[in-house]
Design a protein around this ligand. Structure first.
Ligand code: TXD
Length: 314
């Protein structure tokens, strides 16, 4: 049985733990700084397993030694966005948390594939990779989760707008996990029909805006905290592709070395995801407009990553 460790037993972390366990995919360890809380959540989940006669083990801990032997480590530790707070505001606080977490991951889970979930996502993934590459990781086994979530949000809005089944929709969102994300209309289809043939320009513009604002819309409704069901499900989708070596093509935040013309940058691109992590970055044709939008997104990420150097974080 595989082992998945989740750092940060908050909303996304604990929802993901229960999804992994309910799907009987792997044993789960949740680590958090808050004393005892992960133990309480794990105990509750183990009792949920007892209801289903499910033999998956879920451990909650404040001790990183428990992540030893993990196949996959998911990092959700950090401070969640509050209403009105930009993802960028989180940079400072979450960078320090990320450094501490990654230090423990390299110490105790040296053979793991790392999936970063914490915001600001592209920058946190960049930071994690920059540290882990000194300890045997490569750019294909440290990655960020964002595109699967953003694409699911786009897909949901399309399905709602058209009143058609989610089954028929293939939606793709690339770029940064922020306001500059790029819903790729030329590769978004409904039963093979390009979305641009199904909806008017203004309608599409609205859906694109709502997708870009997808996280903030939920934050403002929740009042405290941010979305976690769909983020946990999206991370699960990546974990499944890795554990079962499904080689799904998914939008994943990946460190680029020349792909799409980008270098030294983590950005959401379509990749093949299998048992060793990212197998390759898939280069797809984009319209001139989409390429321009992706460049803007890359520019924004570069600026944020630059702050890591300005603030002496890396
Ligand atoms: O698409 C995406 N990538 C995202 C990202 C979608 C949703 C949430 N997104 C981000 O994930 C969000 O902005 C946060 O940065 C993380 C986790 O979100 P979540 O909603 O789970 O936040 P919580 O409930 O506040 O949980 C964070 C936990 C909490 O229990 C803290 O005690 C813990 O992280 N934490 C730590 N754990 C271990 N070590 C340290 N240092 C630490 N600091 C805080």
């Amino acid at each position: 049985m595989r082992k998945v460790s989740i750092i940060g037993a908050g909303n996304v972390g604990s929802t993901l733990a229960s999804l992994i366990a309910l799907n009987e995919l792997a044993h789960v360890v949740m680590v958090d700084v808050v004393q005892d809380m992960p133990k309480g959540k794990a105990l509750d989940m183990m009792q949920m397993m007892a209801v289903f006669n499910n033999s998956i083990k879920i451990v909650g801990s404040n001790d990183y030694q428990d992540i030893k032997g993990s196949d996959i480590v998911v990092i959700t530790a950090g401070i969640a966005r509050k209403p009105g707070m930009s993802r960028e505001d989180l940079l400072n606080t979450n960078s320090n948390i990320m450094k501490e977490v990654v230090e423990n991951v390299r110490k105790y889970a040296s053979n793991s594939i790392v999936i970063v979930v914490s915001n600001p996502l592209d920058v946190m993934t960049y930071l994690a990779y920059k540290i882990l590459k000194n300890y045997g990781w490569n750019r294909f086994n440290v990655m960020g989760m964002a595109g699967v979530l953003d694409s699911a949000r786009f897909k949901y809005f399309i399905s709602e707008k058209l009143g058609v089944s989610l089954d028929n929709i293939n939606a793709l969102v690339l770029g940064s996990h922020g306001d500059t994300m790029v819903p790729v209309l030329t590769h978004t289809t409904i039963s093979g029909i390009p979305i641009e043939k199904m909806l008017k320009k203004e309608e599409l513009k609205e859906l694109v805006e709502r997708t870009r604002n997808g996280g903030a819309e939920i934050v403002s409704l929740l009042k405290t905290g941010s979305a976690y069901y769909a983020p946990a499900a999206s991370t699960l989708e990546m974990i499944k592709s890795i554990i079962f070596d499904k080689k799904q093509i998914l939008p994943v935040s990946v460190y680029c070395e020349g792909e799409y013309g980008y270098d030294d940058l983590v950005i959401g691109l379509p990749v093949v995801l299998g048992s060793k992590g990212i197998e390759k970055v898939v280069e797809i044709d984009l319209s001139d407009f989409e390429k321009e939008e992706l460049n803007k997104s890359a520019q924004k990420i570069k600026q944020l990553c630059q702050e890591l150097y300005t603030l002496n974080i890396v």
